[in-house]
Design a protein around this ligand. Structure first.
Ligand SMILES: Cc1cc2nc3c(=O)[nH]c(=O)nc-3n(C[C@H](O)[C@H](O)[C@H](O)COP(=O)(O)OP(=O)(O)OC[C@H]3O[C@@H](n4cnc5c(N)ncnc54)[C@H](O)[C@@H]3O)c2cc1C
Ligand code: SF4
Length: 346
């Protein structure tokens, strides 16, 4: 049985108090929300904070404010996000992403803020302490070498958050609060392409809310590839948002890929759709452009060549869903097909 290491536990009631504690304790302290990512990581000794600053009782983190866009408290559980009618109606990609995170139990505990700050993942890292020790650890924690790219000085662990690509496609921003003040950054700018230093959020900053712009004219969709349709982290996430004129001409479009780099990958491929209708040809062109940016590495589940080969198809299905096509059969086919793919190439 894996046990948690010892830690001190603080339970502030306000964001200002939480920020003061984080500032005072320095990098040995970490915020904890639902704990669904952090606690397993602590059990595996991947993250060993001396102090946990709980956000569970911090006032104001569980609110939803609708008006001039939508503001979601970072402490909302994913279940609460999915249950909010305004999310399902106006921000479909976020609804689909949040609804597909993990399992019901984990969504009942896991929060939106925790999902955005989720640690990057890798087959050589998401193992218990003894397993990692047997390979002399790796660059991300306690070791000297990256086993995925041995010549690399940079960890290439995978950004595995479902909600981040959706929020980037929807043009969201986040509010970060520290003892030094507060700032707003776009969701796209919250990430570095670095498996270790993957957030631009400083360790003393608390993510307090997610702000979504008004969505008139926008439609969005999120597609996720994973082995088990009811459980797993994404090995590919595709978030697409399109704003079209009443006659169907695309005025703006964003295509964002998840789980193909250490950060969510915002592509410029949506520009190829502007001024056109969502015809099969226009969709195929934009999908091919975006897919060419995806360079999955051999450090996540399922065969990388197959993962790479379905990126364009996923984008195509997401765009067709936005167009109004019935894509149920494709969603079911991918969920079943993933089960038939071997973990390693044979
Ligand atoms: C079996 C399993 C399957 C999973 N599948 C998925 C999946 O399919 N997709 C997916 O996206 N995730 C998945 N997860 C990960 C996790 O459950 C979710 O991402 C969840 O939303 C994390 O939220 P949390 O509140 O539990 O985060 P925590 O574990 O509390 O925190 C995660 C990280 O975020 C930081 N943090 C949390 N809240 C804040 C805040 N407000 N401000 C600053 N820092 C903060 C913590 O310090 C920590 O570094 C899975 C986890 C498990 C165990
Ligand atoms: S990508 Fe390399 S350094 Fe990063 S977790 Fe995997 S093996 Fe370790």
């Amino acid at each position: 049985m894996m046990r948690l290491p010892w830690f001190r536990y603080r339970a502030p009631r306000t964001a200002a108090e939480a920020a003061q504690i984080l500032a005072g304790e320095g990098p040995s302290a970490m915020a904890i929300a639902g704990g669904t990512d952090l606690l397993p990581n602590m059990k595996r000794r991947q993250q060993v904070p001396e102090t946990l600053v709980s956000l569970r009782h911090v006032a104001g983190l569980n609110t939803i404010a609708n008006g001039g866009g939508l503001t979601l408290g970072a402490g909302l559980t994913l279940t609460e996000v999915v249950a909010a009618p305004v999310v399902g109606e106006n921000y479909r990609a976020l609804w689909q992403a949040a609804a597909q995170v993990a399992t019901v139990h984990l969504r009942n505990m896991g929060t939106l803020g925790g999902n955005l700050c989720l640690d990057t993942r890798c087959n050589y890292y998401n193992q218990n302490y003894e397993w990692r020790k047997a390979i002399d650890f790796c660059l991300k924690k306690d070791g000297e070498v990256c086993w995925v790219a041995t010549a690399s000085k940079r960890c290439v662990a995978v950004s595995s958050t479902d909600c981040a690509p959706a929020l980037i496609a929807l043009g969201a921003s986040v509010k970060l609060v520290s003892a030094a003040g507060e700032r707003e950054v776009s969701a796209a700018d919250l990430y570095h392409n670095d498996g270790i230093d993957y957030l631009t959020r400083r360790p003393d900053e608390i993510l307090t809310e997610v702000r979504l712009p008004p969505a008139p004219g926008w439609k969005s969709s999120y597609w996720k590839l994973r082995r088990r349709g009811s459980f797993d982290f994404p090995v590919l996430g595709v978030a697409v948002a399109v704003r079209a004129a009443p006659d169907g001409t695309v005025e703006d479009a964003r295509i964002v890929l998840g789980a193909v780099a250490s950060r969510p990958l915002a592509t410029r491929a949506g520009d190829a759709l502007i001024g056109k209708r969502l015809t099969d040809d226009a969709i195929a062109e934009a999908a091919a452009k975006a897919a060419s940016r995806a360079k999955p590495l051999d450090n996540a589940d399922l065969d990388i060549y197959w993962r790479k080969s379905v990126v364009g198809e996923f984008i195509g299905h997401a765009l067709k869903e936005i167009r109004g096509d019935d894509v149920t059969a494709a969603r079911v086919r991918y969920a079943r097909h993933a089960l038939e793919i071997p973990i390693y190439p044979v």
